[in-house]
Design a protein around this ligand. Structure first.
Ligand code: HGY
Ligand code: MN
Ligand code: MN
Ligand code: MN
Length: 399
């Protein structure tokens, strides 16, 4: 019941009418509403809420301190994302605390629910920005200068919500206080459907990254410029997308171009520039580096042929994550032999795993669709996720 109430209250926030998906971008009104919802629900439960120097929220059951058992996820979304990616982990964390309390369990170690900002990187381009800042995986100088589509810097965006941009950066004491981090997340594939299980434990995350590709050419008239006289960056872009798909297929990797800006974006003008973003992922780092290298090479060759310009910038890179084996096995054991499975999706847990013992729980997603409005998990599976998280938290830090 508490899960349904929490879920129902958060559900309308940031819903985008035309698609039915969510636009909960960090440091916007929708995000502020999500954060206010969290603060209210945590406070209602007697948890002590604090905002850290990077804007991540922490709600403590008992006094904050070292050796803490921390769970949580994020509330921001991709453009027109689903309801579950992120929020399921936050709602389940609060519901798990309710469940633990209802059965008389009490924490013997500090226990916290964390909400990380800008996990998707939908606004400022770098995913897991809140956890990267916390751990020092991104420098505060670089983070402050990141710009959104309107040219607003992260420094300006956080300042507008009362956070001191000069305070952004590694939070060593807080990081060292985390004894263990467990993130519950909707599965973003059909692994658990195939295994016939409502809940699973993560083994690893594929290495992945984002590269910005800038194709430049010469704007000119669509009706009067002979094909052989054109320097059309759209042509180079289009061929690069085809090359990316082919190279990824041959390498057993994944390559996606889901975001593109065309300048000046007129129907009857050859574009002057095309800016595109490549998301690439692979089972191992060698394959990832090789496939991105091949895509970049294909773009360069095509640009030379088209008389266009091409430049690439790596905007974020996340190495392969292997979750701690002993912790993973402990969780699977607590859950009566829950299946263990890998994922190609990135998470704050993946960033934290480099610093503290970290584990993840996945909840079955019937179609496997994610980062889209159709993302889903059935209520009985969500409740199984809450029960699993409660069992894990109890095992790790309650009596
Ligand atoms: O893009 C991702 O992998 C994620 O869901 N943040
Ligand atoms: Mn996501
Ligand atoms: Mn997520
Ligand atoms: Mn531009």
């Amino acid at each position: 019941m508490t899960f349904e109430k929490l879920w129902g209250d958060l559900l309308p926030v940031g819903r985008y009418g035309p698609t039915g998906g969510y636009r909960r971008y960090s440091w916007t009104a929708a995000d502020a509403e999500c954060r206010a919802w969290f603060v209210e629900e945590a406070t209602r439960r007697g948890l002590t809420v604090e905002t850290d120097r990077n804007g991540n929220l922490w709600a403590w059951w008992g006094a904050p301190g070292p050796g803490a058992v921390v769970t949580g996820s994020h509330l921001d979304s991709v453009p027109d994302g689903g309801a579950f990616d992120g929020p399921l982990g936050v709602v389940s964390a609060l519901a798990a605390i309710d469940l633990l309390r209802a059965r008389g369990a009490r924490p013997v170690r500090p226990l916290a629910v964390a909400v990380f900002v800008e996990e998707e990187g939908a606004r400022f381009g770098v995913p897991c920005l809140g956890s990267r800042l916390l751990t020092g995986a991104i420098s505060p100088e670089r983070a402050r200068g990141l710009r959104d589509a309107d040219g607003v810097t992260l420094a300006e965006a956080v300042a507008a919500y009362g956070l001191d941009p000069d305070a952004l950066g590694p939070d060593t004491e807080r990081l060292r206080s985390i004894g263990v981090f467990v993130e519950l997340h909707v599965e973003q594939g059909r692994g658990l459907v195939d295994l016939g299980a409502p809940v699973g434990v993560a083994s690893s995350i594929w290495p992945h990254g984002r590269w910005r590709f800038d194709f430049t050419g010469e704007a000119n008239h669509a009706g009067t410029t002979r094909l052989e006289d054109r320097r059309d960056p759209m042509l180079t872009f289009a061929n690069t997308v085809l090359a990316a798909r082919k190279k990824a297929r041959l390498a057993g990797a994944l390559a996606t171009v889901g975001k593109v800006h065309v300048e000046p974006n007129g129907t009857n003008a050859i574009p002057s520039a095309v800016h595109a973003w490549l998301d690439a992922r692979a089972p191992d780092e060698e394959t990832l580096r090789a496939v991105v290298g091949e895509i970049v090479q294909a773009a360069r060759e095509r640009a030379a042929r088209d008389g266009t310009g091409f430049a690439e910038t790596c905007e974020s890179y996340t190495p392969v994550v292997e979750f701690a084996g002993d912790l993973r096995d402990r969780l699977a054991g607590v859950l009566g032999g829950a299946p263990v499975l890998p994922t190609g999706a990135g998470h704050d847990a993946g960033v934290l795993a480099a610093e503290v013992p970290t584990a993840m729980l996945f909840v079955r997603n019937p179609t496997g669709v994610s980062h889209a409005p159709a993302e889903h998990a059935e209520l009985p599976d969500c409740l199984a996720g809450v029960a699993a998280l409660a069992a894990v938290l109890e095992d790790l830090g309650c009596r």
